[in-house]
Design a protein around this ligand. Structure first.
Ligand code: SF4
Length: 408
């Protein structure tokens, strides 16, 4: 049997239009009552509300869409909760409040869980290739039906962030998130979806994100689309097409299909609602295929050693946003920026190491700590390096003095 994926197009984003759009999308998939079996104990709606940015930035999901979905589930007489655990520490631990999710949940009369704060349980992944267990909030294990409400957006590390990637927000331990990146986030996402695969995947592409996402410098793009289906791999494959990518270009989507979690074969996907060819924009910019490519300047080279997206996002924002572009014309030297635990020093020229996972270079190279490190701290080192200054920071001076005084 073919996997069914529904696409619905909206011209405007008022409350009634979004409600009607969602209803039409779900009707094309069989209707909410058919999609969620009546014996379901508890539904988890997992929206992508990972950063405190409003939905029209292309970064988070439209809150009205979440509200309408929750109301439909409640009307069907099924218990429902909302939960999210993603986000960077630098945005604070109350991202859900800042974004308006707390207020929304209160108005809807449903519990909202910040998975970073809950009681944790370990869940085994028997078939896991890279990870054999994950730690999630206990409440996640009490839910027998997960609905992913993802955003249609690009991602500097995974190329896209859609339904499968949205499940990473179930993880409640920062340590585990970092481990995912070190082990290979694409394989780890597939392992996570082996145990927590959404039974209904909705992607909000009313306003998507193109360029280097999932934060600025990524740019919002008005698409007016809702996409959904019961096979999250097929839904993500269709979204990849809308983003002008072939589904097998996206490693974690391809791996998920190979693991039998769904299909990316468009011949095995029945598309209902809009025609796929009618909703693919003429242009959609995706991130560079490698992390090294996030630097738009030849004179600033990125040496990537499996960094987490947190570090990549910071670097991309700095290089594409705050970096003084006129400096490139005047630059007399190149700078290599080492990022990620597996980055290796070359030993010549201006090199800097950033992030706690490279603390082994402290005292040997100009080094900026932090996990992720603050871009205004390493930005000034990069700029000094381009100006041809021999970059020295306090750690190096201290280390040199220590060596000097220790020598007989
Ligand atoms: S410093 Fe950056 S790359 Fe290293 S563990 Fe922290 S976030 Fe990941």
């Amino acid at each position: 049997m073919k996997s069914k994926v529904a696409i619905h197009h909206l011209d405007t984003y008022g409350e009634s239009e979004i409600e009607e759009g969602l209803r039409s999308l779900l009707t094309n998939l069989g209707g909410i009552e058919a999609l969620i079996p009546s014996r379901t104990r508890k539904v988890l709606v997992k929206p992508n509300l990972v950063f405190p940015y409003s939905w029209d930035t292309g970064i988070t999901v439209n809150l009205t869409l979440i509200a309408k979905l929750v109301q439909m589930i409640k009307r069907a007489g099924i218990e429902v909760i909302i939960g999210e655990g993603g986000g960077l520490e630098k945005f604070g631990r109350d991202s859900l409040k800042k974004i308006g999710a707390e207020k929304l949940a209160k108005e809807l009369g449903v519990p909202l869980y910040d998975f970073k704060k809950g009681k944790r349980v370990k869940v085994k992944i028997a078939q896991g290739k890279k990870v054999k267990s994950v730690t999630v909030d206990r409440v996640v294990t009490e839910c027998d039906f997960i609905i992913s409400v993802a955003k249609l957006k690009t991602h500097c590390e995974c190329l896209v962030s859609l339904s499968l990637k949205n499940m990473k927000g179930l993880l409640c331990s920062e340590k585990q998130r970092l481990r995912f990146h070190l082990l290979d986030v694409n394989h780890c996402l597939v392992d996570l979806n082996r145990v927590f695969k959404p039974k209904l995947a909705i992607v909000e592409g009313l306003i998507g994100l193109e360029g280097i996402g999932p934060l600025p410098p990524g740019r919002p793009v008005d698409l007016g689309l809702l996409i959904g289906g019961q096979d999250p791999v097929a839904v993500d494959a269709v979204c990849a097409k809308i983003m002008r990518l072939e589904p097998d270009q996206v490693k974690h989507i391809k791996l998920a299909a190979e693991a039998g979690l769904g299909t990316i074969d468009l011949g095995k996907i029945e598309i209902v609602g809009e025609k796929l060819e009618d909703v693919i924009p003429e242009h959609f910019e995706t991130p560079p295929s490698s992390i090294e490519g996030i630097s738009p300047y030849e004179k600033i080279q990125i040496v990537a050693g499996k960094p987490c997206s947190n570090c990549v996002i910071g670097l991309a924002s700095y290089l594409h946003g705050y970096f003084p572009k006129e400096l490139i014309e005047q630059a007399t030297s190149e700078v290599r920026v080492l990022v990620g635990a597996k980055a290796r020093i070359k030993g010549t020229g201006n090199e800097i190491a950033i992030g706690n996972c490279l603390r082994r270079y402290k005292g040997k190279l100009p080094y900026i700590s932090g996990c992720p490190p603050a871009s205004d701290h390493y930005g000034s080192l990069i700029e000094d390096g381009l100006r041809g200054k021999f970059i020295v920071n306090r750690d190096m001076v201290r280390s040199a003095l220590d060596r000097f005084f220790q020598e007989p």
